[in-house]
Each structure stands twice: as C-alpha cells, then as structure tokens.
Ligand binder design. Structure first.
Ligand SMILES: Cc1cc2nc3c(=O)[nH]c(=O)nc-3n(C[C@H](O)[C@H](O)[C@H](O)COP(=O)(O)OP(=O)(O)OC[C@H]3O[C@@H](n4cnc5c(N)ncnc54)[C@H](O)[C@@H]3O)c2cc1C
Ligand code: SF4
Length: 527
C-alpha cells in the first residue's frame, strides 16, 4: 500500500459489513474489535497517516499540524478556543498529542440527575463500563498507583506509578499535604516499564507534540496496527461528507471526498467516531428531503448539549527553579473535590492536575492572562524556569443552548463549517470559582506566589447524547441511533454529562462496548 495516499483501495466496489468514520481515539478501538470478529471493515480518516519517526519532531510550532485545521466558527459568551488544544486530525486523532491522563469516570457521573438534581442520568451505569475500563487499562497499558483514593476503582494499575515525580508535580503534592488534601500520581497511558517493544518514558516532556520514543500510548501505534493485522482497510486523506440512507431509514454507506473527487462506499452498518464537533456536523450535513434536520435527529437533539471542561490555569512563581518542561506534562492530581460538596454552594466539582509547560505554551498563557508585552514579557520569559502551573478539569453541565450547528461559510473542502456555540451556566461558574480558589491555596501552601490565572477550556463532549428516551437523546445505551437501526455513534459525542475527569478512557470504553454489541447484532442476523 502507498503510505502517502492509502491507495490502492481494496473494497471500493464491494458492500462491506461496517464503515467507521474517524480514526482518532475511538474509531480504531471499534475497528480492532470488529476486525478481530471477522467482519469486513473500512476505516475512514480525513487527515494523514502519521509516521512517528518521520512526522513527529520535538518542536511546539511544527507539531500544531496534528490539530484539526479545517475552518470552524465559535460563538457564545465563553466561545472555546479550538485548534491544537481541542481536537486532533490524522490517524490517531487526539491521542497523538493528548497528555495521556486516563482516570475512570466516577460512578456518580452516570447519575447526576438522581444524586444531585442536575444534568441527566446516563442510560448505563459505571458497572456496565467497568469491564471495558479494566480491559483497556491492561491493553494500553496504564501506569498508576497501587492505591487510587477516589471513585469506583482503587487500583492497583497494571503498570507501576512513575516515580520520582518532577518538581512541577511535587508542588501539587507538597501543597496538598500541607492542606490535608489527598493527592496521587495520575493514571497515565504512558509506560513506566517496557511493553511489547515500546520503551519506558524518558521524561522529555514532549507528549503534547507526539511521543517520538513511543512510550506514550496512541491509537496510531497501538490499535491501528492490530486493526490492520485483523484485515481492516484504512482509508486516510478521505473526508466523509454524507451518510447515505434509503427510504426505510436504513443507512446504506457513506459518500467521501478524496483529493477533491467524490466516491461512495456501501456498508451494512456505519459507526461514526469523528469527535464531538464532527459527528453532529456529519449528521447535519447528511440532511435530505426526508430528513431535513439531518440524520438521527427526529428528537432535534443532534448538536445540542455540547460540553467542554472548564480548564482554568493558575500559575505561581517560586524562589527556586521548578523547570516546568521536565517530565510528562501531567503526573500528579487531586480528585478530592470531584463531587457535590453537600453545602448547597454548587453541584458537582473538579479535578486539579499539576501541569508542566513547554516555553511557547507558557508564554501564550502569560500573554492571554496579563496582556504583557515588551520588557514585562521578556522578564516573564527569562523567569520561565521558576513557574509552576495547576490546571482544573471542571465539570460543565449540559445545556440545550450549547450547540454544534452549520454555518453558511464553507471550509477548505467546500462543506458548511461547524459553529460551536458555548456559554457557561451559573453552576459551571461556581465550580470554576471554587477550583481556582483551591489551586491558589495549594500553590501558596507549597511556597509559591500566584501571578496569573488564565481561563481556558479542554476536551469536547456531547452533541449526540445517549438516553433511553428517543425524544430527548440521539442514541441508546449501546450507541445505536434511535432513528436508524444500522447507524451507531461511538465517540465523545454520546456523553450525557461531562464528569470532571479527562474523558478519553471513558470514550474508548464506550466504543469497545458498542463494538461488542455490533458483533452480537451481526451474529444474530440483525444487521
Ligand atoms: C492537547 C490535548 C490534550 C489532551 N489531553 C487529554 C488527556 O490527558 N486525557 C484525556 O482523556 N483526553 C485528553 N484530550 C482529549 C482527547 O484527545 C479526546 O477526548 C479524544 O481524542 C476524543 O476522541 P474522539 O474519537 O471523539 O475524537 P478524535 O480523537 O478527535 O478523533 C476523531 C477523528 O476523526 C477524524 N474525522 C473527523 N471528521 C471526519 C470525517 N468527516 N471523515 C473522516 N474522518 C473524520 C479526525 O481527523 C480525527 O482523527 C486531549 C486533547 C488535546 C487536544
Ligand atoms: S515525556 Fe515520556 S511519554 Fe512524553 S513524549 Fe517524552 S518519552 Fe514520550
């Protein structure tokens, strides 16, 4: 096969069992499982097929190429910054430049309506996902502590925690200890010992630029080779722009653009794993005379209840060198404030991670938070080694007015651009306020002087949420669209609530569960 173009294609003129759209964090998990079950599968990816040793370099600017780069618009009073910080492109998607923090969601995340009277309950429970979490943690594998203090899983993780931790992570540990708060080494999809030819982490700190030694997990280096071995056909550089549906509401395949030309691929089932912006966008793009509001959208819920995590950053200066570029960006965490405090001040909560910085990312935070320039900016750059940063992962509640819609403006391939509209709600702001105050206390307890606080967001979730009721959700608890028997969604778009944990392990666990269900349905002759 030609690695640059993916040509020649094997199955273009055949009806395959399953087409998967998107080879990011979730699509390759589905592809691996369906391929292993003997189904014929074509996996589409809009971006390139990265080759780690050739394409990944230790350079912050150069590696922005791993982000989704097609034109997007934002709106709302807290319009999120898109680009490198928010979504990936190319085989591996967001996992190429994510920081690989992989905690599980808490059991209460699936029941916020019942427990806290906010958000919605998921149609599944933590226990439904627990076996998939466990399988993934072993398969990737995840390094973490022997005892994890919070949530529904307390360790031990399959690979040992990475100790000692760099100074930037010690800051969180010391601050928490002084305040009587629990902290822990974070579970990471980063090796602490060799695994299947991959070496342990060498602490160069370029995880968000793509890990050159392959110590950090990505689907590019893990699931994709296994999916290809199982016979899956990968078509990269191919942007799916329409899901094809017949008069019985059965999906028949997809139309895609490759080098400016349109092609079609027939399939018995389609699984969309294109991310929380691109999945609702593709359903909306697939509108036709019979589905004027887009596919899977009889409820009107496609594109609704889009969520991010609040990701404020609190930076303090220390009198001794911290060297924030050392080690993996995140290595210590506290989830002590994850759930509702019970005093009525707010519902749900946040995690706090110690977060190293590379120089350009750090200077971006400085300019954004302070507007510094000239001499002041030079002084901050000079003192870079003396700063430590904590970031929050704040729960954001689902709201109908946070949406993905289509614009009249076109993107680089001539498709209507998505518009991401986002504003925080009152409770979201209370969570941020409490989280920022706690970050300040921790940094000060560790001996730092807080110099800047920068608002930010991370992670994209929701937009096609799951639910048992077809009038207020897009897919059921298996990821199957209520309106189309053979159309499945298996990515971060199906999240009902955001939790306050980094979401990718949960998204991959959901994807694996959906893949198992699809195999069962094929075997039962239902697809
Ligand atoms: C800088 C950064 C750090 C992060 N750190 C963490 C972390 O530490 N822990 C964590 O849990 N999460 C982290 N995340 C988030 C994580 O990357 C995402 O949650 C995850 O990648 C989402 O998975 P997904 O499959 O929904 O989408 P993606 O991984 O974005 O995959 C979607 C794929 O589909 C492709 N695609 C989209 N539309 C089409 C189309 N129409 N046709 C064909 N292909 C298409 C895209 O090119 C992309 O490759 C981080 C993200 C970033 C950007
Ligand atoms: S710090 Fe470790 S995981 Fe991150 S890029 Fe370097 S070797 Fe890879």
């Amino acid at each position: 096969m030609n690695h640059e173009t993916g040509l020649p294609w094997r199955n273009l003129n055949e009806e395959v069992d399953v087409v998967i759209v998107g080879a990011g964090a979730t699509g390759p998990v589905v592809a691996q499982e369906l391929g292993r079950a003997g189904l014929s599968v074509v996996l589409f990816e809009a971006g390139p097929y990265w080759e780690v040793s050739r394409d990944f370099v230790s350079d912050e600017l150069h590696m922005r190429k791993t982000a989704w780069r097609f034109h997007r618009l934002t709106a709302g009073s807290d319009a999120p910054e898109l680009g490198h910080n928010i979504s990936g492109s190319g085989v591996g998607g967001g996992t190429n430049h994510f920081t690989a923090v992989v905690p599980r969601f808490f059991p209460s995340d699936f029941r916020t309506k019942t427990i806290d009277g906010v958000g919605e309950d998921w149609p599944i429970t933590y226990e439904d996902l627990a076996p998939y979490y466990e399988q993934l943690e072993k398969e990737i594998p995840v390094s973490g502590p022997k005892h994890y203090p919070w949530g529904g899983f307390h360790g031990p993780y399959p690979y040992p925690a990475r100790e000692p931790v760099a100074a930037t992570h010690q800051v969180l540990r010391i601050g928490c200890e002084k305040l009587g708060i629990q902290s822990s080494v974070a579970p990471l999809a980063i090796l602490s010992a060799p695994f299947q030819g991959r070496p342990p982490c060498i602490n160069r700190g370029f995880c968000a630029q793509g890990c050159l030694p392959n110590s950090k997990f990505s689907t590019l280096i893990h699931h994709i080779p296994r999916a290809l071995d199982a016979g899956v056909e990968l078509r990269h550089g191919s942007m799916v722009h329409r899901i094809l549906v017949n008069k019985d509401d059965r999906v028949e395949g997809v139309a895609f653009l490759f080098q400016g030309k349109e092609y079609r691929q027939r399939a018995k089932a389609v699984v969309v794993c294109a991310s929380a912006i691109e999945t609702p966008r593709l359903l909306l793009l697939s509108a036709d005379g019979r589905h004027p509001q887009g596919l899977a959208n009889r409820s009107g819920m496609v594109g609704k209840c889009f969520m991010v995590h609040s990701g404020h950053e609190v930076v303090a200066r220390f009198s001794e060198e911290i060297l924030p570029y050392k080690g993996t960006p995140i290595l210590t965490t506290t989830q002590d404030f994850y759930e509702s405090p019970g005093d009525g001040s707010r519902a749900r909560g946040f995690s706090i991670h110690a977060h190293g910085s590379r120089p350009l990312a750090f200077m971006k935070i400085v300019t954004k938070a302070t507007g510094a320039w000239g001499r002041h900016l030079r002084e901050m750059a000079r003192d870079y080694n003396y700063f430590a940063r904590l970031t929050i992962v704040g729960e954001v509640l689902p709201q109908m007015n946070n949406t993905i819609t289509l614009s009249d403006e076109k993107d680089e391939v001539g498709l209507p651009s998505p518009v991401v509209t986002f504003s925080y709600g009152d409770n979201d702001r209370k969570v941020i306020e409490a989280a920022v105050a706690m970050c300040k206390q921790v940094l000060e307890a560790a001996g730092g002087r807080v110099e800047l606080i920068s608002p930010d967001t991370s992670h994209m979730l929701g937009g096609c949420r799951m639910g048992s009721n077809p009038t207020d959700s897009v897919v059921d608890g298996w990821g199957r669209c209520h309106d189309h028997k053979n159309l499945f969604l298996a990515d971060t778009s199906v999240f009902v609530t955001s939790g306050a944990s980094n979401p990718t392990l949960t998204a991959m666990a959901l994807a694996w569960r959906t893949a198992d269900y699809i195999v069962q349905e094929f075997r039962a002759g239902n697809l």
